[in-house]
Design a protein around this ligand. Structure first.
Ligand code: CDP
Ligand code: CDP
Length: 202
């Protein structure tokens, strides 16, 4: 039976971490939809037209090891504002969301556009400085040479662009449960999310 958990929120809020943990706990499949836009943005940086890049995206494009660099993050957020790019990625995400056995998708528009009928919608946030701190720790831990201020600027730019665009802007669905993880450890945030989903399962 299909059961969809939609997770949205600003950059580096913990959406993917919570999404992976929920998928593991409930035995659901997980899709980090940001990877679709990152892979499209990365292909645009190699010279491809962004709409063609999205239309011809293949599974192996999502495995590229440089999808988290700041230039790819910015490119992702720029291609994500193009309606034809979003349209090209829609069917794949909708089919994933309604697959048998349950699915968790995280992104910006999952609860509002991709899967408005999702059984559970979470809107995950954290304070700006905390999100920048976490992403900086993550990137420097993977060997990327970026300053905290550069990471903070990237998040500010993308959140502003993602919230202001006309098509599928970042915003909580009306029926989303807000989860502010500023003061939570990963374990606390995950436990809270599991409790919300368990309650929704009835
Ligand atoms: O998917 P999203 O960009 O929203 O965030 P993420 O990649 O799941 O989390 C960003 C970073 O914050 C990761 O390195 C997580 O391990 C870390 N994190 C944390 O320190 N505390 C939390 N409560 C959640 C995430
Ligand atoms: O991990 P982080 O939160 O930093 O970013 P991401 O989830 O990998 O998404 C990268 C970019 O893709 C975002 O800044 C958005 O512009 C775009 N995106 C989107 O527009 N819609 C989604 N469902 C997912 C990502």
């Amino acid at each position: 039976m299909a059961f969809t958990i939609a997770i949205d929120g600003p950059a580096a809020a913990g959406k993917g971490t919570i999404g992976r943990a929920l998928a593991a706990h409930f035995g659901f499949a997980h899709l980090d939809t940001g990877l679709l836009y990152r892979a499209t943005g990365r292909r645009m940086l190699t010279g491809l037209d962004p709409v063609e890049a999205a239309q011809s995206l293949r599974a192996e494009d999502l495995d590229a090891d440089d999808l988290r660099t700041p230039d790819v993050s910015q490119a992702a957020s720029r291609v994500a504002a193009i309606p034809e790019v979003r349209q090209a990625l829609l069917d794949f995400q909708r089919a994933f969301a309604r697959r048998a056995g349950g699915a968790v998708l995280d992104g910006r528009d999952i609860g509002t556009v991709i899967c408005p009928e999702a059984e559970v919608k979470l809107y995950v946030t954290a304070a700006d400085a905390e999100r920048a701190r976490r992403r900086h720790v993550e990137l420097t831990g993977k060997g990327h040479d970026v300053t905290l201020e550069e990471v903070a600027q990237d998040l500010r730019d993308r959140d502003a662009r993602d919230s202001a665009r006309a098509t599928a802007p970042l915003k909580p669905a009306e029926d989303a449960v807000l989860l502010d993880t500023s003061e939570m450890t990963i374990e606390e945030a995950t436990a809270r999310a599991i409790a919300i989903v368990t309650a929704a399962q009835g």
